[in-house]
Design a binder for this molecule. Structure first.
Ligand code: ADP
Length: 464
């Protein structure tokens, strides 16, 4: 019962309502039968009294004998009472000595020509239905005729009806109790299951799933709990993967740093040139760690939704030109040509300058990083509704089956290949989030061995 309180409460409520309905229905039926039997008896006794009155008024001398026989046959008692209260004729089972039902006032009324009916209880507790009627002798009332009909038969019938009512009420109660128990079980069982499941999920058993399939609020709640468990599981898995990736990404440059720093510290080099080469590696690896930490910091802030754009009017064309200039040196070192084209009328647009530059720089650096020969074409287009930035390289390209994953954190095409190029695997996921923060879109198309095309579109831009 401890785990099934809702069922219990529901059962108590249903049974209370049921009992109230059952009791009022029982009382109503009992009243109905009582009224029915009483009115039947009243009509019957009154009819009998009329018959007796007609007989009594007849001048025939055998009347008394007939009345007695008829009274016996009809199972009633009759009293023919004279004006002074003395009984002229008595017949039937009721004790002839018991005259307490004869009230002076009622007798007076009957002799005044009135008729009456009432219920009388004799000294032994028996109840009778009594009807009084005047017997005329000529034009005046000669005597009063009382007919007493015992209510015993009626009470026996009523008690039989009551027994049937009680029995069927009890049967209905037991049936309702059973049905209520089943309903409360049906309703409370899934709730108990959900309570257990959520406790298990809270305890870290994220594989827990509910199998409640009902298409109602309970089923929807179970679905929501399942979705929550799936989300938590995914979150836990990606978090584990995320930390594994970070450790891996940090471990490699740190090993380099440790190794080469030790070589330099212990003087394990032969020429000054060799020493500079090692210091160069140390510098590059420290730079890589710096880059990784910056990226991680950005990513964490974005995922928590804590990054907010500081919007300003940006000269987008000038900003992209500056970014191209910054990476030009790297491109020249690799003998790659960098070409920039502008289309449309350059305008000031609303955005976060630092973040927009981060997007542009990231895409330009990727293009240079993954291109060994050829050229990189950069386009800045001002269209009617949007500002578009396109970088097209003639690099190694991305296999079609991997294209859909490149925006995932730490995702790299051919892990070893990317490491040789020096990326962190975080760049594009940050770019995508920043583009979306500007309500923009990013699309990448690529062909292995031919090159990659990245297109960033900032739609609905505000212009000065
Ligand atoms: P990374 O820091 O490793 O470059 P990104 O998130 O920027 O990480 O990119 C994800 C992966 O997509 C890279 O590891 C690389 O394999 C691939 N990639 C990105 N840009 C290009 C490009 N211009 N040409 C070829 N491959 C690319």
């Amino acid at each position: 019962m401890r785990n099934n309180r809702i069922g219990f409460k529901l059962g108590v409520v249903i049974m209370s309502v049921f009992l109230i309905v059952l009791l009022s229905l029982g009382l109503a039926i009992d009243r109905m039968f009582t009224n029915f039997y009483s009115s039947e008896m009243r009509t019957e006794t009154e009819e009998l009294t009329s018959h007796f009155a007609v007989m009594a008024e007849s001048p025939d001398t055998t009347t008394e004998q007939m009345m007695s026989t008829f009274a016996e046959f009809s199972d009633v008692s009759i009293f023919n009472v004279s004006r002074d209260g003395s009984v002229k004729l008595h017949s039937g089972l009721h004790d002839s000595a018991d005259h307490s039902f004869l009230q002076a006032s009622s007798l007076k009324d009957i002799f005044a020509g009135k008729e009456m009916s009432f219920v009388y209880k004799d000294p032994t507790g028996h109840r009778y239905f009594v009807t009084g009627k005047p017997i005329y002798e000529g034009k005046s009332v000669g005597s009063a005729l009382y007919v007493m009909s015992s209510t015993t038969n009626m009470e026996q019938s009523l008690s039989a009806v009551r027994n049937i009512l009680l029995l069927s009420g009890f049967g209905a109660f037991i049936l309702a109790l059973g049905i209520t128990w089943i309903i409360s079980q049906i309703l409370s069982r899934p709730l108990v299951q959900m309570q257990k499941a959520t406790r298990n999920i809270a305890a870290g058993e994220l594989e827990t799933r509910l199998t409640i399939r009902s298409k109602d609020e309970i089923g929807f709640l179970a679905d929501a709990i399942n979705d929550l468990a799936v989300d938590l599981q995914r979150y836990r898995d990606t978090r584990q993967e995320f930390f594994a990736n970070i450790s891996h990404e940090l471990r490699t440059p740190i090993t380099y740093l440790e190794g080469y720093a030790k070589v330099v510290k212990d003087g394990l080099y032969e020429t000054e040139e060799e020493k500079n080469l090692y210091l160069d590696i140390i510098y590059q690896e420290a730079h890589r760690i710096q880059h990784l930490v910056d990226d991680l910091f950005d990513l964490a802030k974005m995922e928590e939704g804590k990054i907010s754009l500081s919007l300003d009017w940006i000269d987008f064309a000038q900003m992209t030109d500056q970014a191209v200039r910054k990476v030009e040196l790297k491109a020249r070192e690799k003998n790659i040509k960098l070409k920039v084209h502008h289309r449309g009328t350059a305008e000031m647009i609303r955005g976060d300058g630092k973040r927009m530059e981060q997007i542009v720089m990231n895409l330009l650096e990727n293009a240079i990083r993954y291109t060994d020969v050829g050229e990189i074409n950069v386009q800045v287009n001002f269209e009617t509704e949007s500002a578009v930035f396109i970088v097209e390289d003639s690099g190694i390209g991305i296999p079609a089956e991997e294209l859909s994953f490149i925006f995932e954190r730490f995702y790299r095409v051919e892990k070893s290949r990317s490491r040789a190029y020096g990326g962190t695997g975080l760049g594009l996921s940050i770019v995508k989030m920043l583009v979306e923060l500007h309500s923009g879109t990013i699309a990448i198309t690529s062909k292995v061995g031919v090159g990659t095309r990245c297109e960033v579109r900032f739609p609905d831009i505000q212009r000065k």
